[in-house]
Write a protein that binds this ligand. Structure first.
Ligand code: KIV
Length: 263
């Protein structure tokens, strides 16, 4: 087993697992110094491409962004989200996951559960492709946002789903937008790490979309803590630049490329 994955597994019940998303090299390079896991999420569909949902994102786009991210990664476990429609049968899933692994040299793929695709995970794991599962609010399969696991019946159904994903061989599972009780129930009753997003602190680790936590995306639901407000910082810089260009203050001599003096 990949040593990075073994190290993630060892953290269960010992220390929290830190994860964030990246879509390009410069951000990945910063995350790599701090995160256990960097995910090239299909959230890039909304965040980068301004699409309404993740449904039309294609494999080439995800692969190209991963090639960029990979250039910034030395230590973190690099996981790639398989876009919708690229893993809907065993043959297709295997072909596409192998392609992702071969071209990007990532460590693992993530796929969303549709409550039926456990055999796809099993097939990938059998082919030595490490898989992260994803349950709860799964944007590829659900149109409407809903908090998941609110009743004990719903929480137990999610637990059953998590157990089937574990049994299929996944090395970890994202829990998206689950109640604290259902997150705790799953985290305590499976042996692989749970990574929460909008699922309280009752998980083995946490993930957020980096653009959200940096205050760049404009998407700030309750579960996102803004650790910076970069859109304001960027706007300030752009305003200053605009003023300088209009006033002729930029560029100055020190920005010229040669020492030629013009009269
Ligand atoms: O696409 C993504 O960024 C994700 C995370 C939110 C878990 O799946």
């Amino acid at each position: 087993m990949n040593i990075k994955i073994r190290n993630i597994l060892k953290k269960k019940n010992k220390s929290k697992i830190v994860c964030l998303t990246a879509y390009s090299k410069n951000i990945a390079k910063i995350l790599d110094n701090h995160c256990d896991i960097v995910l090239v999420g299909d959230s890039m569909a909304n965040v980068l491409y301004g699409l309404e949902d993740t449904h039309k994102l294609n494999l080439d786009t995800v692969i190209n962004h991963t090639l960029s991210v990979k250039k910034g990664i030395k230590k973190s476990l690099l996981i790639v989200d398989m876009p919708k429609g690229t893993y809907n049968n065993k043959k297709k899933a295997k072909k596409n996951a192998k392609l992702i692994m071969k071209l990007t040299k990532c460590d693992a793929v993530k796929l969303e559960s549709n409550k039926k695709n456990f055999n796809i995970i099993k097939e990938l794991v059998k082919s030595k492709i490490p898989v992260m599962g994803h349950i709860g609010y799964t944007p590829q399969y659900k149109k409407k946002f809903k908090i998941e696991g609110q009743s004990s019946y719903a929480a137990n159904k999610l637990l059953k789903e998590a157990k089937l994903i574990e049994k299929a061989g996944a090395f970890s599972i994202v829990l998206e937008c689950l109640t604290p009780n259902s997150s705790a129930l799953i985290t305590k009753n499976i042996n692989i790490p749970t990574i929460g997003i909008g699922s309280s602190n009752q998980c083995d680790g946490q993930i957020l979309v980096t653009d959200d936590m940096l205050g760049m995306s404009g998407f700030y639901p309750k579960f996102v803590k803004k650790y910076a407000i970069l859109n304001r910082t960027i706007e300030k810089a752009v305003k200053k630049y605009t003023r300088d260009v209009k006033k002729g203050i930029f560029p100055q001599k020190k920005n010229f490329l040669n020492g030629t003096k013009f009269k």
